[in-house]
Ligand binder design. Structure first.
Ligand code: AG3
Length: 273
């Protein structure tokens, strides 16, 4: 008997896709905001997708979560007092912040179902949501940032691609809101997409943040399950870089990546200058 092969593919264009052979589909839900699917893959562990785009796999989520939390933390010497995560409903970013020693993490996620799926299927990744130091708020992050009376040392925008609901998270208006929600010298970071396949994300993040912050830096890393595997983040602050010497390493991040990730290929520099 010939076994049936099942595959999940993320379509990048009419001519390009990334496919994972899957053992099983564990879940598929349509929420008020989006469609969430979960697969058990052969090579990458569990795979979570939103509207058909890969959000995380068990195999490589650590790269994204270390790079969004640890790099800005050690590049600016951010005070580990209070952080705000916008998006990030899987909890990976909040959990990373707690392990860096943050005393308080506010996580504003628009879709409660992402949180529920993550609690059930990714208990370690989402462990922050069971921690007293983490305050989970189910709300629109754009509205929350605009109206927030609290001020934070570190704001992290852990969003999906700049299409549909997440588009507003790449707007100048939103960057003004997060700037105003930072304490003096605080730092904001956003995921800014694949420089190769998503020039829109990195350009919007750079041009928008430069209108609002004195210092803006893009940095890159490898995330094999995201479009092109080559990924970027963009961070802004009114203080300048203050590289820390005493740096804890992760599985991907270390003191060399802290400096090296900020060194950009020429085509990326051309895109953001
Ligand atoms: N959020 C960024 C995912 C963007 C991926 N884009 C894509 N596959 N087209 C990651 C969520 C992890 N907390």
């Amino acid at each position: 008997m010939k076994l049936i092969e099942n595959w999940f593919s993320e379509r990048y264009s009419d001519n390009l896709q990334l496919s994972f052979r899957v053992k099983d589909q564990l879940l598929s839900v349509r929420t008020d905001f989006q469609r969430i699917d979960l697969f058990e893959t052969f090579d990458f562990g569990k795979l979570l997708t939103i509207d058909g785009t890969v959000q995380l796999t068990e195999y490589d989520e650590h790269i994204y979560h270390e790079m969004i939390t640890m790099l800005p933390f050690y590049a600016f010497g951010i005070k580990s007092d209070s952080a705000l995560v916008i998006g990030g409903g899987d909890g990976g970013t909040a959990t990373g912040l707690l392990s860096l020693g943050f005393n308080s993490v506010t996580n504003v996620e628009i879709d409660s179902q992402v949180v529920e799926v993550s609690k059930k299927f990714f208990p370690n990744l989402s462990s922050a949501f069971k921690d007293k130091r983490c305050n989970l708020i189910i709300d629109d992050g754009i509205k929350y940032a605009k109206n927030s009376k609290n001020k934070f040392d570190f704001i992290l925008v852990d969003s999906t691609d700049p299409e549909g609901p997440a588009e507003g998270l790449f707007s100048v208006e939103f960057y003004h809101s997060i700037h105003d929600a930072l304490k003096e010298g605080g730092v904001a970071v956003t995921q800014s997409g694949s420089p190769l396949y998503q020039p829109k994300a990195i350009k919007l993040a750079n041009s928008g943040m430069k209108k609002v912050f004195k210092h803006v830096y893009t940095y890159c890393c490898f995330i094999p399950t995201y479009p092109s595997g080559f990924w970027s983040f963009t961070m802004g602050s009114d203080s300048d870089l203050d590289f820390q010497k005493d740096v804890r390493h992760g599985k991907y991040f270390n003191s060399e990546i802290l400096h090296g990730a900020l060194k950009l290929p020429q085509f990326v520099r051309d895109m953001i200058e």
